[in-house]
Design a protein around this ligand. Structure first.
Ligand SMILES: [Zn+2]
Length: 203
């Protein structure tokens, strides 16, 4: 693409990029009105902070029990890895692999890739393997489904509530917070700012 020229993702109108000193917070297409991009300060810092917060939450959420059951004095609790192991032992390897991939591996890959890109860019340097890591991030993003997992856990908690005493573990709160942080990160991440920072950074 020619530098300084962008196309509207809705109607394909070609536009020259606005002067970066302009103070507009949001630049819209003059033909169809779609938002082209946002001009925001501290876009990299904000995304980096959210990525670090999400990584901490993801680690804590996987170390502590999600839920415990108290059935006539007999107490059991499980972590995500415990649930994966149990599903595997119960002859459900596909479900176990899906749980591990969508709740642990893909969010981890997504956050590590983002951290790998953001940290050097924030310090004014070009990260190594920028394009493949960016591609890995975009590939992992739709497969990170923490919110689906949370929904599943909540539904099963409600269904189990009349059979046994359900004790929510510390990880469920972390997963809830992680879900919110990931949603904020996805909606505020400015991929254009990453490319811009890469162009300005030292090789
Ligand atoms: Zn347009």
């Amino acid at each position: 693409m020619h530098p300084g020229v962008i196309s509207c993702h809705e109607c394909d109108l070609l536009l020259r990029e606005a002067d970066s000193s302009a103070r507009a917070t949001s630049v819209a297409c003059p033909r169809c009105g779609a938002e082209l991009y946002r001009v925001g300060r501290n876009a990299l810092e904000r995304s980096l902070a959210l990525t670090c917060a999400a990584l901490v939450l993801l680690v804590v959420a996987n170390l502590f029990p999600i839920v415990g059951l108290n059935l006539q004095g007999h107490q059991v609790e499980t972590t995500v890895f415990g649930a994966v192991r149990q599903l595997w032992l119960d002859d459900m390897p596909v479900v176990a692999a899906l749980l591990l991939a969508t709740t642990v591996l893909m969010p981890l890959l997504e956050l590590c890739a983002l951290g790998w890109l953001l940290l050097p860019l924030w310090r004014g340097r070009r990260p190594r393997w920028f394009a493949p890591v960016f591609r890995a991030f975009q590939l992992a993003h739709p497969w990170a489904m923490v919110e689906v997992f949370i929904l599943g856990v909540l539904v099963s908690l409600v269904k189990l509530a009349h059979l046994a005493d359900v004790l929510p573990g510390p990880a469920i709160g972390c997963f809830g917070a992680l879900m919110l942080v990931l949603a904020i990160l996805a909606s505020t991440l400015d991929q254009r700012a990453l490319w811009q920072a890469w162009e300005l950074a030292e090789a």
